[in-house]
Design a protein around this ligand. Structure first.
Ligand code: UDP
Length: 323
């Protein structure tokens, strides 16, 4: 069992990963500046409210806690916001990450699991997407993640810095028994917005029904956050066992359209979600589906909660508990 530093552990995916790391017996310390996360998602005893830009404080903490590996979630995640304030994304997602890397190199902690994204691929030439698809981000958010991925390739080559880059597809679902779920402010993600529409009666807007897909709406690979969290455990244990750097897609391999998600919400909640139809959202590729066979083969991970209705049911329970 290892001492693992989780940055952004008060956020959606970070809080679930912290929960599963502890279940697995690991010793976790969370660094989060709480700018977008929630303190109540982290046990107070392990939360350190530190800004990642503060390299010296990170160095002190990593020495005091004898950290062995880092899982780095802390980042801004809104594509739309990144097109309005790109500098915010480069400062926070790249600048703060460089500070973290400096602290890690200074203290000799050279094992990192990094939150990357399917947005690194932009509009992929083929779907399902494999990891050898080239970098082609189409927004500053995706670019900020690609910049870090490239830094990690150089650090691996010249500094023996071992990293697993996990490229997430659409994280959703919740772990309601643990009081954990998705709480973004403002919320921009499809499933929580549809659930909110059911709760409030205010319609959700479907962004485009004229895509070249079977029902005209966009297709995404919705992955349960707990399956995603478990991928981090496989990744960090691989590094702790002396494994090499690598990059993996994390998705179910099954795409669902916006209309299929609406139908799932109706099955789960017993209510028809109110919706209107709007224009396409800028920068939305028609279809993004992961080929995650590399992660399954190399690290032994597999999604255990891949049914869309299970994902929606967990998200719904969390939404009802936090109404
Ligand atoms: N979407 C939608 N209405 C919304 C939010 C999202 O129709 O209010 C669509 C969006 O166009 C995309 C899918 O739902 O095809 C998933 O979007 P989300 O923002 O959840 O994740 P993304 O795929 O952008 O990471």
């Amino acid at each position: 069992m290892a001492k693992i530093l989780v940055t952004g552990g008060a956020g959606f995916i970070g809080s679930h990963t912290r929960y599963f790391l502890e279940k697995q017996g690991h010793n976790v310390i969370v660094v989060d500046n709480l700018s977008r996360g929630y303190a109540e998602s982290v046990p107070a005893a392990i939360l350190r409210q530190i800004n990642l830009k503060d390299t010296d404080r990170l160095i002190d903490l990593m020495r005091q806690e004898a950290v062995e590996a880092v899982i780095h979630f802390a980042a801004y995640i809104s594509v739309g916001e990144s097109t309005v304030f790109p500098e915010l994304y480069f400062t926070n997602n790249v600048g703060a990450t460089i500070s973290l890397f400096n602290a890690m190199l200074e203290t000799g902690v050279k094992k990192l699991v990094f939150s990357s994204t399917a947005a690194a691929y932009g509009i992929p030439a083929k779907v399902p997407i494999t990891e050898d698809e080239p970098y082609a981000p189409i927004n500053p958010y995706g670019e900020s993640k690609v910049m870090v991925e490239k830094m990690l390739e150089w650090l691996d080559k010249y500094r023996e810095f071992r990293a697993i880059r996990l490229r997430y597809f659409n994280a959703c679902g919740a772990e309601p028994e643990a009081g954990l779920g998705e709480r973004h402010d403002p919320e921009t993600h499809l499933i929580p917005l549809i659930l909110k529409a059911v709760q409030t009666g205010e319609p959700v807007k479907v962004f485009g029904i004229d895509y070249p897909t079977p029902d005209g709406t966009c297709i995404r690979d919705y992955i349960h956050v707990s399956d995603l969290a478990e991928a981090h455990i496989f990744a960090v244990e691989h590094l702790l066992n002396g494994g090499a750097s690598d990059v993996f897609n994390v998705g179910t391999g099954h795409g669902k359209s916006v209309k299929e998600v609406l139908a799932s919400v109706e099955r789960v909640t017993g209510k028809k979600p109110p919706f209107t139809i709007g224009p396409r959202r800028e920068g939305d590729p028609p279809s993004l589906v992961a080929d995650s066979s590399k992660l399954q083969t190399k690290l032994g991970w597999s999604p255990k909660r891949a049914e869309l209705d299970k994902i929606v049911a967990d998200a719904w329970q969390f939404a009802e508990n936090h109404r």
